[in-house]
Design a binder for this molecule. Structure first.
Ligand code: HSE
Length: 313
């Protein structure tokens, strides 16, 4: 009997969403950490999925973003093969660094490659959004667009394409994650805190600032980008989940950050630093110190904007 073996290994990075005023629209891919998946395909007359995962996520296929996306694609394309999938979670789960997005994107990307499905970016995003919806209750595209395309991204709508802009070369990203309890289904809860209606002055402020973020990225002006990261709508409604955010932000700015925001639905905090002028390590240390002063353990790292999903083996 003929047994076909094909294997691909794909990687997709962590990401920070929103960047302040760009709720559900802006994302930035991180150079590290990343998720990896290995797909091994064997000939068969029916579809089956053997799913293994290294990392702290549900093993059940119907609860795991990666397994869920693989099954959705297999159903849609009527794939009748035995797939062995091994997911290696590098992106920490539930801390606002796009963990479910990385798992969803890496699976859709690998399936597209190994079965030569010819999916375009919008189709890969559509399947990835199914995994995002499973984990966070909403098919928001900001993390998955960043994880797929890399760099700074503007997520698409039905009428507009996704955009990826290469961030400034000297942009350093300081990411700090406090060890705090978060509600179960954290992103869903964080989204339930959002206002249903928003005042026009806040909308105007957010449009202005979002424009500064894009202009700062495009013009390689990190201070302009940082100035634009002030949000008037989403972060304030989530403050009760992140009560230490204002003091951490203040300390980061004093230490030289150009801008600071809650990363996605938190609790991680992102500070952007122009490494040609200031020391990212000092900013990181000031943020960690600020948490320590409040008696909260936190850990963090300095990284750069990263590439999107890719085949690595
Ligand atoms: N834009 C989303 C939110 C990102 O803030 O709810 C969640 O990771």
């Amino acid at each position: 009997m003929l047994v076909l073996h094909r294997t691909v290994v794909a990687a997709a990075p962590a990401s920070c969403a929103n960047l302040g005023p760009g709720f559900d629209v802006f994302g930035i891919a991180l150079c590290e950490p990343e998720d990896r998946i290995e797909l091994e395909v064997e000939d068969s007359s029916t579809f089956s999925l053997d799913f293994e995962v290294e990392g702290n996520v549900p093993r059940e296929q119907e609860k795991n973003a990666a397994a869920f996306v693989i099954s959705c694609i297999a159903r849609k394309y009527r794939i009748r093969k035995r797939i062995k999938a091994r997911l290696r979670k590098g992106v920490p789960v539930g801390v606002g660094l796009g963990s479910s997005a990385a798992s969803s994107v890496v699976s859709a990307f690998a399936m597209n490659k190994v079965f030569k499905l010819g999916m375009d970016v919008m189709q890969i995003l559509a399947f990835s959004s199914e995994g995002e919806k499973l984990c966070s209750g909403a098919a928001h595209l900001d993390n998955i667009t960043a994880s797929l395309l890399g760099g700074f991204t503007i997520s698409p709508s039905r009428f507009t394409p996704p955009v990826s802009i290469k961030p400034p070369d000297s942009l350093a990203l300081c990411v700090v994650t406090p060890q705090v309890d978060t509600p179960e289904r954290k992103t869903e809860y964080a989204r339930s805190l959002l206002p249903e209606k928003v005042g026009l002055p806040d909308v105007v402020s957010n449009i202005r600032n979002a424009s500064l973020v894009v202009a700062g990225m495009a013009l390689s002006d990190i201070d302009m980008l940082g100035m634009g990261m002030e949000d008037y709508i989403v972060e304030r409604s989530r403050l009760k989940m992140n009560p230490h955010y204002p003091s951490v932000k203040l300390e980061a700015k004093k230490a030289g950050a150009s801008g600071v925001c809650i990363s996605g639905a938190g609790p991680s905090i992102l500070a952007v630093v122009d490494s040609s002028k200031r020391k990212p390590r000092s900013v990181l240390d000031s943020m960690l110190r600020s948490y320590r002063k409040s008696g909260i353990k936190a850990e963090g790292f300095v990284t750069k904007p990263g590439k999107g999903a890719r085949i690595v083996g």
